[in-house]
Write a protein that binds this ligand. Structure first.
Ligand SMILES: NC(=O)c1ccc[n+]([C@@H]2O[C@H](COP(=O)([O-])OP(=O)(O)OC[C@H]3O[C@@H](n4cnc5c(N)ncnc54)[C@H](O)[C@@H]3O)[C@@H](O)[C@H]2O)c1
Length: 391
């Protein structure tokens, strides 16, 4: 019988909801060695917290996140706070002997990320996870398997872009637009996912960033008046400085010689959450766009010129596509929240001594993504190429 695992969560907004949903659903859809129990949720706003706990079934609430470290019953702590908080909270939880699942990017700065990686390394008994959730869209998990089977052959190009449009001048000065909280803007928010996906699918590291641009288009924003809502909120009359990038574009090379382009923007209307990646190889190509997340496009060069072209694969077939068997009949499509539940299922497998369906990113893995992000920022700042071994 599955053994309970008491979970503590920090943060109760966007990711707090996504993670709470996964925690409440996962045992209904997956047969797992561990069953998560929503023990305590911590966040800052006492009033909102009580209502949140009622809605999402959390046993206790606290405005002191340190309470999670001090509670001997809690075994796994899930961090869904702004980037500048990740290090302090993760280090405290590891110190207290808890497994940690932390939101991405690993941290706001490379120095914080390094401390987190090193702390995790010192505590071999504990597991760490980073919520690079898009890996667990069945279409991308299928892409990973196809690449492991060698279906693309030698890889020439990786083309990744993540385009959104909510970051216009009317959006107030959320924490996401302030370096002291976020570390960077569209870069750490969106390119982080792309770099993780590219490294994950390729199974090799980026060795050089050749050039980058990182403009701030909107330099002043109204101060937030009231609470954050999703990716927005209401601004007042006063203004403050936005000191992060609104878009970052960069070029890179993988160890095996494949070239890659990355593009992240929050000012690319009408794209809303267009997280897409295309990989071209000598035997085939693949393409994914999150706004059509159940579909993987696959091209097999052996089809020849007469019949060759993109196949449109609906990745919902039980037994053929990862995670599909746990959900609905074929083509009864999945959505954003399923990626989190699929990831949580793999986290619980690992904590119960079983292998995950596909590899999970831990702090050491997410640190490598953070190094690439840092190299791109250095490249933009100094207008030069940056070798990863220098970062
Ligand atoms: N995996 C993804 O696709 C994805 C999507 C969105 C956000 N994120 C990441 O999740 C994290 C949180 O983002 P979000 O969109 O949920 O932010 P949010 O602003 O919606 O929520 C942040 C939460 O953190 C709490 N918080 C802030 N400072 C705190 C502190 N000092 N102590 C305790 N609680 C504190 C706030 O009360 C709030 O509940 C960020 O690292 C972000 O990059 C990941």
């Amino acid at each position: 019988m599955a053994q309970d695992i008491q979970v503590g969560l920090i943060g109760q907004k966007f990711m707090g909801r996504a993670h709470s949903n996964a925690l409440s659903q996962v045992s209904r859809f997956f047969d797992l060695p561990r069953t998560p129990v929503r023990h305590t949720v911590a966040a800052r706003d006492e009033k909102e917290l009580a209502a949140f706990a009622r809605t999402w079934g959390w046993g206790k609430t606290t405005t002191r996140w340190q309470d999670l470290a001090e509670d001997p019953e809690i075994e796994l702590v899930d961090i869904g706070t702004p980037n500048h908080m990740h290090k302090e909270q993760a280090l405290a939880m590891l110190e207290a002997g808890k497994h940690v699942a932390c939101e991405k990017p690993l941290a706001g700065t490379l120095a914080d990320a390094k401390e987190m990686r090193d702390a995790a390394k010192r505590r071999k008994r504990l597991s760490t996870f980073v919520w690079y959730n898009y890996r667990r869209c069945p279409a991308l998990a299928t892409a990973w398997k196809l690449m492991r089977e060698g279906r693309l052959g030698r890889i020439f190009h990786v083309r990744a872009n993540y385009l959104q449009s909510w970051g216009g001048p009317d959006t107030p000065l959320l924490w996401r637009f302030q370096k002291k909280f976020a570390g960077s803007g569209a870069h750490g928010d969106l390119n982080a996912h792309l770099v993780d996906l590219a490294r994950f699918l390729m199974g090799e590291e980026i060795v050089e960033v050749h050039g980058a641009v990182a403009p701030t288009f909107v330099k002043e924003r109204t101060l937030l008046a009231g609470s954050v809502r999703g990716l927005g909120g209401k601004g007042g009359k006063q203004k403050g400085k936005s000191d992060v990038d609104d878009a970052v574009l960069f070029l890179a090379t993988f160890r095996g010689g494949a070239v890659a382009s990355f593009e992240a923007s929050r000012l690319a209307p009408p794209h809303q959450n267009a997280n897409s990646i295309e990989i071209n190889g000598e035997k085939g190509s693949l393409r994914f766009d999150f706004e059509d997340m159940n579909i993987l496009r696959f091209y097999d060069a052996s089809d020849g010129d007469r019949l060759g072209g993109w196949r449109r694969i609906m990745c919902t077939s039980a037994g053929n596509h990862p995670y599909a068997a746990n959900w609905w009949p074929d083509a009864h499509v999945l959505g954003y929240e399923h990626g989190f539940t699929n990831m949580l299922a793999d986290i619980l497998r690992v904590l119960g001594g079983e292998p995950p369906e596909i590899p999970l990113p831990d702090f050491a893995d997410a640190y490598e993504t953070q190094r690439v992000l840092e190299a791109a920022l250095l490249s933009a700042k100094n207008r030069c190429a940056v070798k990863l071994r220098e970062v």
